[in-house]
Design a protein around this ligand. Structure first.
Ligand SMILES: Nc1ncnc2c1ncn2[C@@H]1O[C@H](COP(=O)(O)OP(=O)(O)OP(=O)(O)O)[C@@H](O)[C@H]1O
Ligand SMILES: [Mg+2]
Length: 260
């Protein structure tokens, strides 16, 4: 089997921020990674280790202080990269349909075409009946589905997702993980997903990258051995438990470094 072409890659990425009192805060240090076409990569790491920063750099929202990023060129007017942010950032003054269409509208797609694409995704996300309503009328889980609908509506081949299911209750989250698994298996986007959930990373990812405490570096890379298409039932098997324990072992060391 030939390896698919790289879609997003970063080489020796470093990032410094300046804090309010003028101190230099190193957020990332020497991060290198390559995500190939159709690959689902998950990033886990302690809070504050630079995961969101890394995702923003990969998506071109902010510049790295060191190193370089290469992205597969997009086909205008479709943006090459779509984001789902940590706080899922739906726009309260826009209808659900306009929120779903937002990425395409920003890329200059005509309203009618953007809304047609949005409606199709709202149907898939079981939000069609709320299309004319506003985000405040949606539950947290529905809002999160809306954020996903917006990202998928753009048609971007690359999705960068920052804890897209982070604010859900455990049961809804598990359902959404299974939904995302099914969706990805149909769509085969190139995905980088940041998550605090090791189970989520192992269920969804082809690869799990473990980051160190700040300044974040990638300290371990685990190839997830479960074949595709995956059944959510793998979560209850012994192999899943073994991999979770291994990841947790790695992460635990970093969490205690972060707490010092
Ligand atoms: N715009 C900014 N200005 C100054 N410091 C920043 C800025 N953005 C991030 N930082 C700092 O960089 C570090 C990494 O932040 P980042 O948000 O990337 O972490 P994270 O791994 O996503 O954390 P979490 O898991 O809590 O979401 C933190 O110390 C944070 O305070
Ligand atoms: Mg973050």
């Amino acid at each position: 089997m030939t390896t698919p072409p790289p879609m997003v890659s970063g080489r020796d990425i470093g990032k410094f921020f300046r804090s309010a009192d003028g101190r230099v805060v190193p957020a990332l240090d020497g991060v290198s990674l390559t995500v190939h076409e159709g690959e689902f990569a998950c990033v886990v790491g302690p809070s504050g280790c630079g995961k969101s920063t890394l995702l923003r750099i990969l998506g071109g929202l902010i510049e790295p202080s060191a190193g370089s990023v290469a992205r597969h060129p997009g086909q205008p007017p479709v943006p090459a990269t779509a984001f789902v942010f940590q706080d899922f950032a739906v726009l309260p003054w826009l209808t659900v349909r306009a929120n779903a269409a937002f990425g395409l509208r920003m890329a200059g797609v005509r309203r009618r075409d953007a809304e047609r694409a949005a409606d199709a995704w709202l149907r898939r996300m079981e939000l069609a009946e709320f299309a004319d309503g506003y985000p405040e009328q949606l539950s947290g889980g529905m809002r999160q589905r809306l954020a996903l609908a917006r990202a998928f509506t753009t048609g971007s081949p690359v999705l960068l997702m920052d804890e897209p299911l982070g604010s859900l209750d455990p049961q809804t989250r598990r359902l959404m993980q299974e939904q995302l698994l099914a969706l990805w298996q149909e769509e085969r986007k190139t995905v980088v997903l940041v998550t605090h959930s090791l189970d989520e990373a192992l269920l969804l990812g082809d690869r799990v990258l473990v980051m160190s405490a700040r300044p974040g570096r990638i300290t371990e890379e685990l190839t997830v051995p479960f074949p595709r298409p995956r059944d959510p039932g793998i979560q209850d098997g012994p192999e899943f438990g073994r991999l979770r324990a291994r990841l947790w072992d790695r992460l635990r060391g970093e969490l205690s470094v972060g707490a010092r």
